[in-house]
Design a protein. Structure first.
Length: 501
């Protein structure tokens, strides 16, 4: 098949309307057109035409029970393809559409099973990208589009990526330049009792919760027998040809470890690719070093991830070593994709802490009424070094209040003291060579770095305990969330070297 390439930049203003009409005609006639969106390039077909939708699976080499997202260009069109549209869905549409949010709802009979992958539900998205909207409108309003990569490759973020994967297999590729976001949309399932995030993206959990209250994240664990919530989750995710590993820890420890491993690879005549930030590039000595973006701009990092992975594949590197990027609004989505690509190969880089030198450990969170209190009480129980001081502090403590109710209940359920705590604010005098300041999460650590001096002994809980820990502030959530945090803290602190002789 001849694939026509339409580069939008090359089409003069006089011809642009007619170009979109022409693209729409291809789709209306059952053809396949790859087009840009603000997230990644999509491979479009008329969503209401069963045969057209089927062609998508063939072109991508994608299993036919992995459902497609229907793209619309008008909020009102949601009711054509989705039924039982709740207030929650309505609110989300009003706030986040057009934009990178996909909602899963019950489907109407109009949606063929070829589009919904055999499900009774349907995923719908209204993209903000202008050419995408014009194409959808010209095609009649309903375009099914997965990412326009061949199955097993990263999603395409430029027309060049699409050309590499699908040239000769589809009718047309619309080149609208690189995608703004570079990671696929957030998918939220609204058919569950509590809305559930099936895939994190640039619309974050916090952003959703501000509009509709409690939202959950789907667990990644998928068994072979159970049908997974996001059918896409059961398929092998993109893994580069090279073996990809992610390194977590203090910048310098990460770089040291990567340098050692890269040197070893080179001595064995292996090609190594390194993914680092603009700020840390100078730390690397060997290998093909690719800057993914600035740590102060998670949008920048997200926009380059897939391009770098594709580039390393093209160069045929044997190993890819990547820093981790739990930064900014998009940190969650970036690490979700990177971890899937790494198939779980994560190295925690030890901070080489001299535990014998430490006389005080201070756990710090925002308000010192929940997580830091749990950490303190658990550490006090586990401690066998009697002269080790264990304290907790908060960044924004206005008055010394007790631990919040749910924290007290959880501590008491575990036979720990939940009653006698009083919140206190972290101060500059708390910092010393012999005091480890342990932030309960990376956002707290960043704030401490901004506000205080002498932060040589400042760690996140993951760095200090050499364990990968993701603790979300349970504030405002059910007691079960508090209990989950307790269990995580209890597990790490059981193995904590600093606490025992
Ligand atoms: O940003 C995006 O969402 C891009 C652009 C092109 O819009 N599209 C995209 O589509 O990433 P795709 O097919 O590569 O990923 C869609 C995911 C799949 O994992 C699929 O299983 C899931 O959405 N999905 C689709 N319909 C679903 C449904 N009814 N229930 C649960 N998951 C669904
Ligand atoms: Mg995809």
């Amino acid at each position: 098949m001849d694939t026509i390439i339409k580069k939008l930049d090359d089409i003069g203003i006089d011809h642009i309307d007619e170009t979109f009409m022409e693209i729409g005609e291809v789709l209306k006639n059952g053809g396949l057109v790859a087009f840009p969106t603000e997230t990644v390039y999509g491979l479009g077909a008329n969503a209401l035409d069963e045969n057209a939708a089927k062609k998508i699976y063939e072109a991508k080499g994608r299993p036919s029970d992995n459902p497609l997202i229907i793209h619309i260009s008008n909020i009102k069109d949601l009711e054509v393809v989705a039924s039982d549209i709740t207030d929650t869905a309505q609110k989300l549409a009003e706030v986040f559409w057009p934009g990178p949010l996909t909602m899963v709802l019950n489907k109407t009979p109009l949606v063929p099973y070829a589009t919904s992958g055999g499900l009774e539900t349907v995923a719908v998205r209204f993209p903000s990208n202008e050419p995408a909207r014009r194409i959808i409108t010209a095609a009649g309003g309903f375009v099914a589009a997965p990412s326009a990569n061949s199955s097993g490759k990263p999603s395409p973020t430029t027309a060049g990526h699409v050309i590499n994967d699908l040239m000769g297999k589809i009718d047309m590729i619309v080149d609208g330049g690189p995608c703004d976001i570079g990671l696929e949309s957030t998918i939220v399932d609204l058919t569950t009792e509590v809305p559930t995030i099936l895939r994190p993206g640039s619309i974050t959990k916090n952003m959703l919760e501000e509009v509709i209250g409690r939202v959950e994240k789907a667990s990644d664990e998928v068994s072979d027998t159970q049908s997974p919530k996001a059918p896409g989750m059961k398929y092998r995710h993109y893994a580069p040809k090279a073996e990809l590993s992610i390194f977590v820890g203090r910048t310098k420890n990460v770089a040291d470890r990567i340098n050692i491993m890269a040197r070893e690879c080179l001595e064995n005549s292996k090609l190594v690719g390194i993914i680092c930030s603009n700020e840390t590039k100078e730390l690397y000595e060997n290998g093909i070093v690719q800057e993914i973006g600035s740590l102060s701009d998670s949008n920048d990092i997200a926009a380059h991830l897939y391009d770098i992975l594709r580039d390393f594949d093209a160069r045929g590197v044997d190993y890819i070593f990547s820093e981790s990027f739990f930064v900014g609004e998009l940190g969650d989505a970036i690490m979700n994709r990177l971890e899937k690509a790494a198939g779980g190969k994560i190295f925690i880089c030890s901070a080489n802490i001299d535990y014998d030198n430490i006389e005080t450990v201070i756990f710090v969170d925002n308000d010192d009424v929940s997580l830091s209190v749990m950490a303190k009480e658990i550490a006090l129980k586990k401690r066998t070094k009697e002269n080790l001081n264990i304290l907790s502090r908060g960044l924004n403590v206005l008055f010394s209040e007790p631990a919040n109710q749910k924290t007290q209940i959880v501590l008491e359920n575990h036979k720990l003291d939940g009653k006698n705590h009083l919140a206190r604010r972290l101060k500059q005098i708390d910092f010393s060579e012999k005091t480890a300041i342990v932030a309960l999460n990376i956002a707290v650590k960043d704030k401490i770095m901004d506000r205080f001096e002498n932060t040589e002994q400042l760690y996140t809980i993951s760095e200090f305990f050499d364990e990968r820990v993701v603790l979300e502030d349970p504030f405002g959530k059910d007691i079960e969330e508090y209990e989950k945090c307790y269990i995580i803290l209890d597990t790490i602190l059981t193995k904590a070297q600093v606490l025992i002789l």
